[in-house]
Design a protein around this ligand. Sequence first.
Ligand SMILES: Cc1ncc(COP(=O)(O)O)c(C=O)c1O
Length: 497
Amino acid sequence: MIPYKTIIEINRDSKQPVYIQLTNQFIDLIKERTIPPQTKLPGTRTLSGLVGLHRKTVIACYEELEMQGWIVSVPKKGTFVRKDIPILQQQTWDDKTVPRTGNKIGFAFKSNPALDRKPPQDSVDGYMYVNDGVSDERLTPVKELSITYRKIANKKHTLKYLNYGTTYGSPELRETLMCYLNETRGLNITKDNILITRGSQMGMFLTAQLLVEDGDYIIVGETNYSSSDATFEFAGAKLLRVKVDELGLDTHHIEKLCKTYKVKAVYTTPHHHHPTTVTLSAKRRMHLLNLAKKHHFAILEDDYDYDFHYNHAPILPLASHDTCGNVIYVGSICKTVAPVFRVGYLIAPKAFVDECAKLRRYVDRQGDAILEMTFSNFIKDGSLDRHIKKAVKIYKARRDLFCELLKEELSDYLSFEIPKGGMALWVRLNKKYSWNTVKDVAKQQKLIISEWQYYDAANTKHNAIRMGFSRYNEAEAREFVSRFKKTMRIVDEQGGA
Ligand SMILES: Cc1ncc(COP(=O)(O)O)c(C=O)c1O
């Protein structure tokens, strides 16, 4: 007789119903062969007496086990463990050291070094983080957006959007974006040129997957947005790196490379080059477009921070001058409003948009139709423009203060140009010091510098990183600079380097 009384343990404090606890323990005992196939189980009255549970609980447990196919009840004979229970590897029921799930892996899978990157960490209270340039979540118009979202979700005609829909994204948002982007960015597109994505990153991923065949050449900056490097390398591309100076990507270098290599695409962030923040000059813009036309390559224009320009109006994208269908333009509201709202767009010739829409289906069946309609309203009623106006004013003041503080307090250690836009500075550390040492000391000051390795993929030893300023109000900026200053003093006391 199996010692049910000793092996069944019920936790009365658990939130799990007692009959489920009992069922799960029976399943384990059956799987482990502690109760072998075809064993007759005690009657419900007997078992309830043995384990001290109400008979109804035992009945519910037996019904659940029978429904799941572990036991079978034979009229007038009793309840039996089924004889066709699959054989699992033996494990003694009292072996608590063997994890049931966890790190053991029972299958092979592909892993690609292009994707190797430390996953982002959760932020810890009291710590400050050197970031790449992100919006201040406290400025996000959450209330306004949630009122619109609720209103739309409650409308009767919205019901149809709760079902599976188009992979192109909300027709309303496509229509709204068509007008908005034509008006604000000088584009000349129709709805057919727009695919709604979950953010710029999805646009880049779809583009890379559809453009690149193994070994194709993609041109990127010598310094470049590291996730785009990874996206292209994951698709099988070989990267060719071109110089970046104070006028942006060196298009003469691109021209030279085109003489040797069959270039498939050039990835660029012309508004503010990522990471150095410089704007691609007008002359180079035209040169790049002419090269694309001549050599039949695509330009993937990532306009990640179009809305944030402080010295003059934003510069129109390359896409607005593209007459030959070379530019694939990606953007999003993730930087403008908040990264959590995964709404972006890919703008390209219709045939390419159609192909992207087909591929997207197999990555992410569709977007969040209600959220997309919410943003459609948010753009149409002028709320997005109002939000941008407010944020630009605040971020400009933050940029000015941050630059002033760094100059005053840290000019012995750091140098930078004041960026004309965006949300970050490109800060060079005096060559005497290394970020590797600085980041260790900074951590003791509760200042985390985590991304420094990703800014120099070409190993040019520029010793620079991006330092986001937009997320810090005045008090926070002062605290940030003070922690940095303390860090550098300690580094000096310890002998520098
Ligand atoms: C240059 C650049 N491109 C694209 C992205 C991704 O943006 P999204 O959140 O719209 O996917 C980022 C995000 O940090 C970025 O810095």
